[in-house]
Design a protein around this ligand. Structure first.
Ligand code: 5GP
Length: 190
């Protein structure tokens, strides 16, 4: 058995499928406490406040930053601001929950400074071409946004050695099960 860490951070390049893996975990592993981030981004269709994100105005987000409420926060893809609230994470850890943060690389580096003994997991694409295909296939971004995301992704791929473990997202369910095992939990039979 691996040790059971309180806090696990999942990061990786753009469009590698972090969101899909964390959605799978939210739907199938209620024993994992998946952190709900705050963001200034507008909700996408179907996204609910308090479930997928806490949707904030820029002003609200700035006052939370000024009040020191964030464990980490970052501007992602040069666009919107995202952050993890200290209070929610601390409460979940205090309650003995296995906590998972799905955040970008800049955020992961901040958590590494603040909580060096957390577990850091890098979610990697099977291949670069597959990652590009996923990014373009999503179709929710403009061409300019896609280019911006690919640039970010190249830099992010180079960060893999900073992490404790790499999970390859060749299959969402398999990758989620491996992540859950790394968190010291037992994957479910499917
Ligand atoms: P999306 O807008 O597609 O939901 O998320 C865009 C990116 O923001 C993803 O790479 C996701 O990992 C990152 N992200 C989501 N929440 C947080 C957070 O709380 N902190 C940081 N640093 N990044 C986040």
């Amino acid at each position: 058995m691996s040790k059971k860490p309180g806090l696990t951070v999942l990061a990786g390049p753009t469009a590698v499928g972090k969101g899909t893996v964390s959605t799978y975990i939210r739907d199938n592993y209620p024993e994992v406490w998946l952190s709900v981030s705050a963001t200034t981004r507008a909700p996408r269709p179907g996204e609910q406040d308090g479930v997928h994100y806490f949707f904030k105005s820029k002003e609200e987000f700035e006052s939370l930053v000024a009040a020191g409420e964030f464990l980490e926060w970052a501007v992602v893809h040069g666009q919107n601001t995202y952050g993890t609230l200290k209070s929610t994470v601390n409460e979940a850890i205090a309650a003995g929950r296995s906590v998972l943060l799905e955040i970008d690389l800049q955020g992961a580096r901040q958590v590494k400074k603040a909580v060096p003994d957390a577990q850091f997991v890098f979610l990697a694409p099977p291949t670069w071409d597959e990652m590009v295909r996923r990014l373009v296939g999503r179709g929710t971004e403009t061409e300019q946004e896609q280019q911006q995301r690919l640039e970010t992704a190249k830099l992010e791929l180079a960060a893999e050695p900073e992490f404790n473990h790499t999970v390859i997202n060749d299959d969402v369910r398999r990758a989620a099960d491996e992540l859950v095992s790394l968190m010291g939990l037992t994957p479910h039979p499917h």
